[in-house]
Design a protein around this ligand. Sequence first.
Ligand SMILES: NC(=O)c1ccc[n+]([C@@H]2O[C@H](COP(=O)([O-])OP(=O)(O)OC[C@H]3O[C@@H](n4cnc5c(N)ncnc54)[C@H](O)[C@@H]3O)[C@@H](O)[C@H]2O)c1
Length: 322
Amino acid sequence: MNILVTGGAGFIGSHFVLRHKERFPDDTIIVFDAMTYAADISFLDSVMDRIRFVKGDITDTTLVSGLIKQYDVGVIVNFAAETHVDRSIKNAIPFLHSNVLGVQSLIEVCKEHLNILFLHVSTDEVYGELKDGDPPCMVDTILRPSSPYSATKAAGDLLLLAAVRTFGIHARITRCTNNYGPHQAEEKFLPTVITHALKNEKVPIYGEGKNKRDWLYVTDHTDAIETVLEKGEDGNIYLIAADNEKQNIDVAKTVLDLLGKSRDCIEFVIDRPGHDWRYSIDASNTRALGWQPQVPFEEGLKKTVEWYKDKGLQETGWTASN
Ligand SMILES: NC(=O)c1ccc[n+]([C@@H]2O[C@H](COP(=O)([O-])OP(=O)(O)OC[C@H]3O[C@@H](n4cnc5c(N)ncnc54)[C@H](O)[C@@H]3O)[C@@H](O)[C@H]2O)c1
């Protein structure tokens, strides 16, 4: 299989590339990434001599289409997106560019090459906020996105579903809960907690820290995507969840305990505007394909913390004594 992985130098995309190359060494992988602040090509160091890398923007339909022809690509997996909610609140335009126009551009590519299977990676945030006790969202639960980020992701999903119906392109959507693991940009919640604590700085937590997220280790997400590629059906949306809901404050406390840091460094800061209280989705349609999460939260969190500790050592020259 020849596979184009857009956004493959970012957090989840890089794990997908590493794991796919390990499982299917003979597949040709073309990583296509605009290399925004969230990307880091060194994530792919261990496979760089066995993949192709092209720097580019998914809105460049001609460039992407040319790569499809050049490498006889059969599958596109789209991780490329602007992903940080706080950035979207400050300026939504880059989110419209990558998450809406970018998806439409990939749809145009699929219209030209009707044999392509397009898997689009989306998020549970498209359903918007749930309160405590609300039942998990299902595939057809109404979309009520709260932030410019989630609204643009919902728009991309709807454009793709419309294209499946109108143009007969082969596409599937996955919507996943919160991911954690190595390679995530430092401005996101867990890396913020870890890196601030490592530097002995105050750890900022929005509001009272009681918002809940369902935490899934990143390779469990990429494994679910592989399962949907292998066994899913075109035109379907697959929900991927960990059933591991935790309040932000409890996640932060566990990280501080793992690092041997005092919980006194937690500092509550003014809440994010429109901050969703809770998300929850029912992943039974992905589990029915044979997928289930493999990495227990404590184990995944330890791996994540260790990765950021090692990264800090490389970048700052810290030693065990300081
Ligand atoms: N991180 C999560 O918890 C989570 C949960 C569910 C779904 N998702 C979805 O998974 C996907 C990947 O998320 P992530 O956390 O790895 O994001 P990320 O921000 O770490 O990586 C995004 C990657 O896309 C690239 N990119 C951005 N705009 C581009 C463009 N126009 N053209 C080409 N490349 C572009 C960036 O350079 C970066 O490498 C996103 O679609 C996101 O909505 C993420």
